[in-house]
Structures are given as structure tokens and as C-alpha cells.
Design a protein around this ligand. Structure first.
Ligand code: XMP
Length: 312
């Protein structure tokens, strides 16, 4: 197989986007991750101010994400907007516990929100950072990735959209190569993947603002402590089950948090990070102290396969 060449890939995509969008306008959905950032930076090279990068604040993002993303994009002179849509997303996810139903509900509100934004902006195209792994996992029926529509027979037109996916043939390691060749800072090109449906994939059972807040706080602690090991991905998960603990000498039936950390190249297979025991102990102490409703902290030992990286 021919070796992947990031520079040539960039050149090809610039020609393709130019040809497809012509003198039209486009909107690019940002998530703060490397895929959507690369898609937006590529499109911006062709479209300049005819591109609007939109970060939908769905209430399911990591701490400070909206601010971090806008700072990076503003510094590169890319027109960027944050759309506050937390209430709509929580409403759409209310009472849903089933993993696939949750993913589909997310996908639906995500594209409805984008459809309205595209209409309001009078954009001709939606550009998004869907990559090969998103498409293959959805097609294989492993899980419904939030950003896959046309490839599985759902019509983007239903949402009033014409979609361009410049990265749809690439895997994560190749996207990182493209990011480096575009001169993106290491902080971004090497950034941990974060799923489109955000913390909704890390709250097992119903997604409520309170439960998301808990997993956001735990994720920050886990990332703070494990990121020096440079794992492919690390995060916290809030389980639906509860367990008995002790608080002020009395029974306390509280929450359970799982720590997950994996090593991978392309997210198709993954090994568990061998996190030193002292780091795990530190995380346990911080989570119990900083999130009082938690009574148990577990470490997940399962590779992919048989497990998947996320929990739903
Ligand atoms: P799994 O859990 O299937 O995840 O092993 C593989 C990689 O994909 C990320 N992921 C997603 N990314 N939309 C995305 O853009 C999604 O719906 C989604 N679900 C999972 C996951 O974080 C991992 O890196």
C-alpha cells in the first residue's frame, strides 16, 4: 500500500473543496478535537471568511472547552461562533437510558441544531471532521457514531444539509499527521480523542445536568493525573449502579466512578494503560474528596476488543 503523505493529502483536499464549494459559503462543526479542527483549518485555507466555524455548546463538553476552542481559532483568524444549546440537548436526552437510543437522540438534535445554523447563516455546505473509524464502526453495527448520516442511508437533506467530509478516508494517526503538516500546535495535533456525543457517552443511564457535572469533574481529575503518561485516551465514567459507603460514620449509598485509560493508534483496537499504582491512588483520593456523592472508584482492565473504548 502507498505510504500516506499528509502534504499531498492537504493539496488534494484543497482542490476538492474549492471545486465543490465554488464561490459558496460553508459552516464547519467544531468539537475541540483534532478531527474537526483539521477539517476547519483545511476549509478555511480555501474559503477564508466564507467559512463559519461553529462550536455547539451542548452542555456535554469537558471543562473550559468552549473558551479553549475559541481562543485557538480566533488566534488563527478563523471566524468562530459558540452556540449555546444546552437546554435543547438535555431535553432531547431526557429519560433515555438505552445506549443506542441515546446516541441516536444525540445525532438527531445535533443535526437539527446544525441544520438551523446552516439555514440562518445561508451556508451552502456543512463541513465536518468525520473519519474512517466513525463510518466503519457505525456500518458494522458496533455503535452509532454521532456524525455519520449519508453512509448509512440517512438523508442529510432531511436536516437541510449538503455535507462535505474531507477526512472520511483517514484514521486517527493520519489525521494527526495532517494536523502537524498544517502547523497546528502539538497540544492540538496530539490531543486525546473526545467523542462527539461528549460526556453523554460517559454517563451510564439517564443524562442529567447533575450527573454530567459529576463526570466532568471526575474526567478533569483523571486527565490531570494521567495525561503526563501521554495515553491515547483517558477519562472517567459514571455508572448507573450505586454502592454502599460510609460518610461521617453512617451508611452512604453513593455513586461509582470508573477510570479508563487506553493506548491505541487508530481507536480500532486498544490496550489498557499500565497506570502506576500511586497515580491511581491519588486519583481515588481526589475523586472521593472533590466529589462527595462518590463512594467507589474502579479501574477498567479491559482491552478493545472485547470491550470498546467508550462505555455506550
Ligand atoms: P469506541 O468506544 O467505539 O470508540 O471504541 C472509538 C473511538 O471513537 C470515539 N467515539 C466517537 N467519536 N463520535 C465521535 O466523533 C462518536 O459518536 C463517538 N463514539 C466514540 C471514542 O472516544 C474513541 O476514541
Amino acid at each position: 500500500m502507498k505510504k500516506f503523505n499528509a502534504r499531498n493529502f492537504v493539496k488534494e483536499k484543497i482542490v476538492e473543496i474549492k471545486k465543490e464549494v465554488g464561490s459558496g459559503k460553508a459552516l464547519c462543526a467544531l468539537s475541540g478535537g483534532v478531527d474537526s479542527t483539521v477539517a476547519a483549518v483545511l476549509a478555511h485555507q480555501v474559503l477564508g471568511n466564507r467559512l463559519l466555524s461553529l462550536f455547539i455548546d451542548d452542555g456535554l463538553m469537558r471543562e473550559n472547552e468552549a473558551k479553549d476552542v475559541t481562543t485557538i481559532f480566533n488566534a488563527r483568524g478563523i471566524r468562530t461562533e459558540v452556540l449555546s444549546a444546552q437546554n435543547n440537548f438535555f431535553k432531547a436526552l431526557k429519560d433515555i437510558e438505552d445506549p443506542e437510543e441515546k446516541r441516536k437522540a444525540f445525532r438527531n438534535i445535533f443535526y437539527r441544531t446544525l441544520g438551523s445554523a446552516v439555514k440562518r447563516e445561508r451556508a451552502d455546505y456543512l463541513i465536518q471532521g468525520t473519519i474512517a473509524a466513525d463510518i466503519s464502526e457505525t456500518k458494522k453495527g458496533i455503535k452509532t457514531q454521532h456524525n455519520v448520516l449519508g453512509q448509512i442511508g440517512l438523508s442529510p437533506k432531511k436536516y437541510g444539509l449538503k455535507i462535505i467530509e474531507p477526512l472520511r478516508t483517514l484514521y486517527k494517526d493520519q489525521v494527526r499527521e495532517v494536523a502537524r503538516s498544517l502547523g497546528l500546535p502539538k497540544k492540538l495535533s496530539e490531543r486525546m480523542p473526545f467523542p462527539g456525543p461528549g460526556l453523554a457517552t460517559r454517563v451510564i443511564g439517564e443524562v442529567t445536568p447533575e450527573r454530567v457535572k459529576m463526570v466532568r469533574k471526575a474526567t478533569k481529575i483523571v486527565e490531570d493525573e494521567i495525561k503526563k503518561l501521554k495515553p491515547f485516551q483517558t477519562f472517567a465514567v459514571l455508572l448507573r449502579d450505586k454502592a454502599t459507603g460510609i460518610a461521617k460514620g453512617k451508611r452512604h449509598f453513593g455513586n461509582i466512578i470508573v477510570i479508563r485509560s487506553v493506548e491505541s493508534k487508530d481507536a480500532i483496537t486498544a490496550k489498557v494503560t499500565k497506570v502506576p499504582w500511586r497515580i491511581l491512588e491519588k486519583i481515588e483520593k481526589r475523586i472521593i474528596k472533590e466529589i462527595p456523592s462518590v463512594v467507589k472508584v474502579l479501574y477498567d482492565l479491559t482491552p478493545k476488543p472485547p470491550s470498546t473504548i467508550e462505555y455506550i
